[in-house]
Write a protein that binds this ligand. Structure first.
Ligand code: PLP
Length: 425
């Protein structure tokens, strides 16, 4: 699969341009919001957790969060911050100055990118950083190249900002990595941006330094903005290494927004702290937007994040060791199932398995027509929650997170195998 056949989610929304149709007077939800697809990953997670609450022993491979608790020293910093009246008040919309300083230091330590705090905005998770970056940089009709399989929030956030996501597909034959030739085929006179993420969600793909160099130089040659999503920077395994695009290609830095946060690296998804690093004029624009939308991120969560990013990487390293072990178990067990092809991912905490070999077969007395149907059957019949490839723009695949306990992981994949090996039901 290459750059052909663009398929877009949220395609009903036309980036703020009128469709010419008369408005429906009974309409309650705006066209813009009605065109949004629900976050499939969160929807599956919610359904699985609801089933769990009714007492069913569902094993959840759907969630995008580490199963580890937030490190104790981070929680302690938050507890102390609660007692400090300074944190009971509004603070600067763009983030606590001490946190911005610490993010600048942490970024230099972890990726080698030297930035000034004036190039940083602290946001409600990486998601808000992405929404604000798209809003600050896109005009109606701008095309954004989006390597697929993609994380489902990207096309929705691009569409809301008036942009048009242009997916560029890569499959397991290239380790789900797009090439410059693929990108070039998708580039038009309207292309203004590339979204780049390594390690990537949902595939766990990690691009080599050389590949990033080629892609970064290509973006510079086309004068494109690059969103470099670095949420999974610390989740890389084996010989794979994380590289930050603006470090590999310094010429890209002036048109690059780095997005990162504490959710994955520090097991803090619920604290909702992320950030963007961009040229100061873009940060000023994003901060103005944020000052009207949400104001400052919760001060207590910022204080916790300050402890997280200023601390050492012990907790991250322990998590990575456990995740690496689970990654290998999951790949091995999935590949033992007839009809499943699961490449070994180099990063993040997901496997992206092809189930094309299962489509058209029977399982549990039911026909498996699509990966979406398979995901539904697995949840209802085998009590296992997975996310179908449809959510990421590529039907025929399942995403499974291995951020769960070793015992649950083995039991969950065994359930999948038992279900698929029993055509009759
Ligand atoms: N980017 C990627 C690739 C992600 O997978 C996620 C979360 O799943 C985010 C950004 C946003 O993270 P958060 O908003 O939880 O900080």
């Amino acid at each position: 699969m290459t750059a052909s056949t663009p398929r877009t989610r949220g395609a009903a929304y036309h980036g703020g341009q009128s469709t010419g149709a008369r408005p429906d007077p009974r309409k309650r939800v705006s066209e813009r919001v009605a065109s949004l697809a629900e976050s499939a990953t969160l929807a599956i997670d919610a359904r699985a957790k609801a089933l769990k609450r009714t007492g069913r022993p569902v094993i959840i491979f759907g969630s995008g969060e580490p199963d580890f608790p937030t490190p104790a020293y981070v929680v302690k910093a938050a507890t102390e911050a609660c007692l400090d009246p300074r944190h009971h008040r509004y603070s600067a919309s763009g983030g606590l100055p001490e946190l911005k300083e610490a993010i600048a230091e942490k970024t230099l330590r972890d990726s080698g990118l030297a930035v000034d705090p004036s190039q940083i905005i602290v946001t409600n998770g990486g998601k808000q950083a992405l929404f604000e970056a798209f809003a600050a940089l896109l005009d109606p009709g701008d095309e954004v190249i989006l390597p697929a399989p993609y994380w489902p929030t990207y096309p929705e956030a691009i569409g809301l900002a008036g942009g048009r996501p242009v997916p560029v597909f890569a499959d397991e034959s290239t380790g789900y990595r797009v090439s410059v030739a693929d990108l070039e085929r998708a580039c038009t006179s309207k292309t203004t941006m590339l979204v780049f993420s390594s390690p990537a969600n949902p595939t766990g793909a990690v691009y080599s330094r050389e590949e990033i160099e080629a892609i970064g130089e290509w973006a510079v040659a086309h004068d494109l903005w690059v969103i470099s999503d670095e949420m999974y920077e610390h989740m890389v395994y084996g010989d794979a290494r994380f590289h930050s695009l603006p470090v590999v290609v310094p010429a890209a830095a002036d048109r690059c927004v780095v997005v990162n946060g504490v959710a994955k690296s520090y097991a803090m998804p619920g604290w909702r702290v992320g950030w963007a690093i961009a040229p100061p004029d873009i940060i000023t624009a994003m901060t103005t937007l944020q000052s009207h939308a949400t104001s400052n991120v919760c001060n207590v969560a910022q204080a916790a994040s300050l402890a997280a990013v200023s601390g050492d990487l012990h907790a991250v390293s322990a998590m990575r060791t456990a995740l690496d072990r689970r990654r290998k178990t999951m790949v091995r067990m999935l590949n033992e199932i007839d009809g499943v092809d699961c490449p070994e991912p180099d990063g993040a905490f997901y496997v992206y398995a092809s189930v094309k070999g299962l489509l058209g077969r029977m399982a549990g007395g039911r026909l498996i027509g699509t990966s979406l149907e398979l995901a539904r059957l697995l949840l209802e019949e085998a009590e296992v929650a997975v996310v179908p490839g449809e959510a990421f723009g590529t039907p025929g695949y399942l995403r499974l997170s291995y951020a769960l306990g070793d015992g649950d992981l083995a039991e969950g994949v065994s359930r999948i195998r038992r279900f698929l090996q029993n055509p009759g039901g």
